[in-house]
Design a protein around this ligand. Structure first.
Ligand code: SF4
Length: 388
């Protein structure tokens, strides 16, 4: 297929595809699915070999958020039956992190619900980061605490944080439909603050919220313009008790097309399969490893993932290898802080393009599968052993 040959060539050169090319990937048929995976897999292997980076989530503070993000089980007014607890003590969080690192994770993601941290919260997370780094010198630590105020990114960096996550989640045009208590611009501002403070920026999206293919392409092009080092791709977990509980829009095949599109648009960036991997990719998870080079090990913030042992077996069975602590995740040109040449990731047009003539395609949904959503009952904030 000419489209795929063109996209492979561009991916190997870090050249930005056109919007129409990105949309065309999402519009491919199931008959072409393995060709799409094979093509995006060439780009993935060129930049990341067969390595899979494992990340481990520690939910520092769960639930009771004043914000109203429709997709989130921790939102204002959520009646999802999730664990709710206030800040873990630094030693408790470090203990939870240690379980993930012992299981093979290279990065620990410290996440707290809320609009954004107070300066006291930043102090508390700084102590947590120090406790983790004292015990695990090589561990990468990413903080995800919401919208940052002036100076907070610098303080987290000084405390030893390596990265900061704040997702754009969806297109600028649809952001107001998903959340009303903060704006898309607020989110962009926090990613820029993290970048400016020398933190590795991590920012991604959520697919399956009822958005169009154009929206998905918009948010991925906006991410490329922001130039994060890692892009988590979440597939909506439609929690009962949240406004999006009925949004079962994804098929495993369409999840693969979305991951392939993200890989073609951000070829040399750590693409991470995030929440919803097991719920939506289901038995096609191993194929997704040909597209993404990073996953979360074990459980998510408020839901349970498959057993950590099953994650490791899946990686080995699919012919991939877990990335070691001493191995660089990113290609050299990104590690060195070099800016890609014109057209490369992060040096795109900046603003999302005007609406495309391509029509949106709605994947045929496989039907609701609430039986696959298991609320987290173990690990951080409980007396039970974590899944790692
Ligand atoms: S995504 Fe974050 S800010 Fe939004 S409701 Fe959930 S915890 Fe709160």
């Amino acid at each position: 297929m000419d489209l795929l040959n063109t996209l492979v060539d561009k991916g190997l050169r870090r050249e930005l595809p056109t919007r129409d090319e990105a949309l065309a990937v999402l519009a491919t048929s199931d008959d072409d699915l393995l060709d799409v995976v094979a093509a995006a897999g060439k780009v993935r292997r060129h930049w990341f070999g067969r390595r899979v980076k494992l990340n481990y989530l520690v939910n520092l503070k769960s639930g009771l958020c004043p914000e109203d993000c429709s997709y989130c089980s921790q939102r204002l007014g959520s009646t999802a039956d999730i664990l709710t607890y206030t800040w873990l003590k630094p030693e408790e969080a470090a203990q939870a992190a240690a379980a993930g690192l012992a299981g093979g994770a290279k990065r620990v993601c410290l996440v707290a619900s809320g609009r954004g941290p107070t300066d006291r919260d930043v102090d508390r997370v700084s102590r947590t980061i120090k406790a983790i780094k004292e015990a695990h010198e090589d561990a990468e630590v990413c903080a995800c605490l919401g919208l940052l105020s002036e100076g907070q990114a610098e303080r987290l960096r000084a405390a030893g944080a390596d990265a900061y996550n704040h997702n754009l989640n969806t297109s600028e045009a649809t952001y107001g439909d998903i959340t009303t208590t903060h704006t898309y611009a607020d989110r962009v501002d926090t990613v820029r603050k993290a970048h400016a403070a020398g933190l590795s920026a991590c920012s991604g999206l959520i697919a399956g919220m009822g958005e169009s293919d154009e929206d998905l392409v918009d948010v991925v092009f906006a991410l490329r313009a922001l130039d994060p080092d890692s892009v988590p791709v979440n597939f909506l977990i439609p929690f009962e008790g949240t406004p999006l509980a009925k949004e079962w829009n994804l098929t495993p095949q369409h999840c693969l097309r979305i991951l392939a599109m993200v890989r073609f648009v951000c070829p040399d960036v750590e693409v991470r399969i995030a929440g919803g991997r097991e719920v939506h990719l289901r038995s096609l998870q191993p194929l997704a490893l040909h597209l993404a080079n990073s996953i979360f090990l074990g459980d998510y913030l408020t839901s349970e993932g498959q057993a950590g042992k099953a994650d490791l077996e899946m990686i080995a069975d699919a012919g991939f290898e877990v990335e070691g602590a001493g191995e660089a995740t990113l290609p050299e040109h990104r590690v060195c802080g070099g800016r890609p040449e014109d057209g490369a990731c992060g040096s795109g047009t900046g603003a999302p393009c005007a609406a495309s003539a391509s029509s949106a395609t709605s994947p045929a949904a496989g039907g609701p599968r609430p039986d696959l959503v298991a609320v987290r009952r173990r690990g951080a904030g409980t007396d039970l052993a974590p899944n790692a």
